[in-house]
Every structure is written in structure tokens, then in C-alpha cells.
Ligand binder design. Structure first.
Ligand code: NAP
Length: 109
């Protein structure tokens, strides 16, 4: 266990989540990094990082990942619920399933 607390980040495989993971890692924090693309999490090569293939629509998978990371690094100090998608379209023509997908991932996730 390191002296700094554990930071958990969903959607850490690209973009804002990846940049946040790199920033907290540079500041010396252990990390729990979650995303569907495990290969991209592995490619970050960050130290003291627990990497978990997680779809944020799967609550049990998130709970399992947190439990595993906390067993190594202690309690999560911050959860950055960053995972998200953008299905931007014409609201009159867009399939409602795309709204559901965004709400399930961006909001509920
Ligand atoms: N960039 C912008 O201008 C902007 C503007 C407004 C809001 N946002 C929000 O900011 C957040 C990050 O945006 P970004 O630009 O960094 O996007 P990004 O580069 O596309 O990254 C999105 C991240 O979310 C993950 N993700 C998507 N669906 C997921 C799921 N079902 N389960 C787990 N992880 C999932 C992706 O990982 P995997 O594909 O590997 O799972 C990826 O790591 C998003 O929530 C986005 O909606 C961004």
C-alpha cells in the first residue's frame, strides 16, 4: 500500500479518464482503472494500478473491482464516474434505444 489514497476512475482507457489517470499517477496515487478495453488500460503502463475490464452498466462488476482494489490499496478516496458515450442525433429520428444507452452509461453508470 502507498501513503496516498486510492483513486478510482471509470472510462480510464481514453480521453479525459486516461488523462486523469496519468495525472493522479504522477501525483503518487494508487489507481483503480476501469473500462471495457482492458488492452488500453494495460498499455498505459501506470504503476500501482489495478486494471479491471468493467462495463459500468454492470453494478456487480464495479463492486467486485472496488473490493479487489481496496483489498490491495485501502479505501477508495475518490470515484471519478467519467465513463460516457455521445450518441448525438436528430431527436425526432434517433432511436430511443440510443437515449437509453446514454442514460444507462453516462448517468446511471
Ligand atoms: N470531450 C468532451 O468534449 C465532452 C463533453 C461533454 C461531456 N463529456 C463526457 O466526459 C466523459 C469523457 O469523455 P471523453 O471525451 O474523454 O470520451 P472518450 O475519449 O470517448 O472516453 C470515454 C471513456 O468511457 C469509457 N466507456 C464508454 N462506455 C463505457 C461502458 N459502458 N463501460 C465502461 N466504460 C465505458 C470508454 O472506455 P471503453 O470504450 O474502453 O469501455 C472510454 O474510456 C464522458 O462521460 C463524456 O460523455 C465529454
Amino acid at each position: 500500500m502507498t501513503s496516498k489514497p486510492l483513486i478510482a476512475i471509470t472510462g480510464a482507457s481514453s480521453g479525459i479518464g486516461e488523462a486523469t489517470a496519468r495525472a493522479f499517477s504522477a501525483a503518487g496515487h494508487p489507481l483503480l482503472l476501469m473500462a471495457r478495453r482492458l488492452d488500453r488500460l494495460e498499455a498505459l503502463g501506470l504503476p500501482n494500478a489495478v486494471l479491471k475490464k468493467v462495463d459500468v452498466r454492470d453494478r456487480a462488476a464495479i463492486a467486485d473491482a472496488v473490493r479487489d482494489a481496496e483489498a490491495i490499496h485501502g479505501p477508495v478516496d475518490m470515484m471519478f464516474a467519467n465513463a460516457g458515450i455521445a450518441r448525438l442525433g436528430d431527436i425526432a429520428k434517433q432511436p430511443p434505444e440510443e437515449w437509453d444507452e446514454m442514460i444507462d452509461i453516462n448517468a446511471k453508470g
